[in-house]
Write a protein that binds this ligand. Structure first.
Ligand SMILES: *Cc1c(COP(=O)(O)O)cnc(C)c1O
Length: 360
């Protein structure tokens, strides 16, 4: 069977060449007579894989030397708890920016750990924009500020990473890590589940500035302490070995394409194709504030529930899959991560135009 264009928000489509490489190496990894899945995580072959994944990520994101790269399980959702458990102090507080469903979940978990305050919110307009941040209210007891760099469900993103002065900026970058160039030194910690732009599920990448390690003031469980991962090169226990291997393959693919600057340009082109089609349409529209539009997740809709449903169904027949919008937003959503080729977006744009001619 041929492959479809998969617009899923995650787990997301992977580049075909990456899948083919994994297939080729599945039974015997580079002549070793065994699969990566069957290898000891302490073998020299696996050590080379995890080191290569880290080196590639450091190179692609230009991660400064005073940051550690950690490979953790539990998804981005576990980071909602690990961040406050490690960084929120007894008499301190954390500020969160509430920009949608994922921010809300992060806030809910932080509240269980300590003093959690809302710095800004776009709740008043259904999270269709990124709010301004007032950083003047920080004081010595402000342990960190948490943002969601890209709101996967609502389709907004920070077009510029905010400056938070001496207060560490913590970012959930699950849905747009590696999609555009960032200055990593603006962040104290970046975390991202791998299944959107970094590989497959089961792995979460944490990039943490060294001074934020060992900040936990309470006796937190070993497996929830960043220090454990930093001290043991993420090999304190068995890490998700196959997922780390897939991340390595994906990062090799990204490097071959010209790295983040090249993919950023492609992402701008791809998203502009789709946004232009939506803006030109009399049937489809987007509710998101134009300047805050995501490059990765693009919600759009018609005013008719029936037409929205028909769109999703007919698109699938054309090989355009997973276009149903999130239930909290409705309509459609196209997730066009790094791995979505421009041909996929063009096929969607052509379908949008055909659909409008047919049903408007
Ligand atoms: C997908 C997503 C998550 C949840 O990731 P899991 O790995 O499933 O826990 C969290 N935050 C954002 C922004 C996401 O897009």
């Amino acid at each position: 069977m041929g492959r479809v264009f998969n617009f899923s928000a995650g787990p997301a489509q992977l580049p075909e060449s990456v899948l083919e490489r994994a297939q080729k190496e599945l039974l015997s990894y580079r002549g070793k007579g065994m699969s990566v899945m069957e290898m000891s995580h302490r073998s020299s072959d696996f050590t080379a894989i995890i080191e290569s994944a880290e080196t590639l990520l450091r190179e692609l994101m230009a991660i400064p030397d005073n940051y550690k790269v950690l490979f953790i399980q539990g998804g981005a959702s576990l980071q909602f708890s690990m961040v406050p458990m490690n960084l929120l102090k007894e008499n301190g507080h954390a500020y969160y920016v509430n920009t949608g469903s994922w921010s809300k979940k992060a806030i809910a978990e932080a509240k269980k750990v300590g003093d959690t305050r809302i710095l800004a919110s776009s709740d008043d307009k259904n999270f269709t924009y990124i709010p301004e941040l007032n950083v003047n209210q920080f004081n010595d007891q402000t342990n960190y500020v948490h943002i969601t760099t890209n709101n996967t469900i609502e389709g907004t993103r920070y077009i510029e990473i905010p400056s938070t002065g001496n207060v560490p900026l913590i970012a959930d970058a699950s849905s747009n890590i590696l999609s555009e160039q960032w200055d990593v030194s603006k962040f104290g910690l970046i975390y991202a589940g791998a299944q959107k732009n970094l590989g497959i599920s089961g792995l979460t990448i944490v990039i943490i500035r060294e001074d934020l390690l060992n900040q936990a003031t309470t006796n937190i469980p070993t497996m929830l302490n960043y220090e454990t991962y930093a001290k043991n090169n993420s090999l304190y226990n068995t890490p998700p070995t196959f997922a780390i291997y897939m991340t390595m393959l994906l990062l090799e693919w990204l490097k071959e394409r010209g790295g983040v600057p090249a993919i950023e340009e492609e992402n701008i082109t791809k998203s502009a194709l789709l946004y232009n089609a939506i803006d030109e349409s009399k049937l489809f529209y987007s509710k998101v504030n134009k300047v805050d539009r995501s490059l990765m997740n693009i919600p759009f809709m018609t005013d008719s529930d029936e037409l929205n449903k028909r769109f999703v169904k007919e698109a699938e027949r054309e090989g355009l899959h997973q276009l149903k919008g999130h239930r909290s937003v409705g309509g459609m959503r196209a997730s066009i991560y790094n791995s979505m080729p421009v041909e996929g977006v063009q096929a969607l744009v052509d379908f949008i135009k055909d659909f409008e001619r047919k049903y408007q």
